[in-house]
Write a protein that binds this ligand. Structure first.
Ligand code: 5GP
Ligand code: ZN
Length: 115
């Protein structure tokens, strides 16, 4: 997806503050943080949403989840964090390249949802 914002970050065409990278995934600071620690973790391959995941994507997504606590810890989440994947219109997804938000800091986050 040549015009996808996060694919462009993967290719280095748009700057981002990277905090972790390997051959399968990339993590970088959110441009508009919603908590003292706010990191986005993405697969390098373009997957639009969690609803688009295929069985052959299981390994990369398993790897993404497995590395997430390490990234969170290295970014200062020493006593827990929240991870969120917004999916589609109802989920409030704004960027259609699958990403996991890591949110945290020193103090407990507010209640997850109110409606
Ligand atoms: P979503 O609502 O799709 O789950 O979250 C998209 C996130 O991407 C938002 O938290 C937003 O602040 C972040 N974001 C949007 N554009 C950029 C960008 O160009 N660079 C970075 N680092 N984050 C971005
Ligand atoms: Zn993409």
């Amino acid at each position: 997806m040549s015009d996808c914002l996060f694919c462009r970050i993967v290719r280095g065409e748009i700057p981002a503050t990277k905090v972790y990278e390997d051959d399968q995934i990339l993590a970088f600071k959110d441009i508009a943080p919603k908590a003292p620690v706010h990191i986005l973790v993405i697969p390098k391959q373009h997957i639009a949403t969690l609803s688009d995941v295929r069985s052959e994507d299981s390994a990369v997504l398993g790897h993404l989840l497995a590395v997430t606590p390490r990234i969170a810890g290295e970014q200062g989440c020493s006593d827990g964090f929240r991870s969120i994947i917004n999916t589609g219109r109802v989920g409030g997804q704004e960027v259609y390249h699958l990403h996991l938000h890591i949110l945290g800091g020193d103090t407990p986050l507010p209640a997850m949802l109110k409606y």
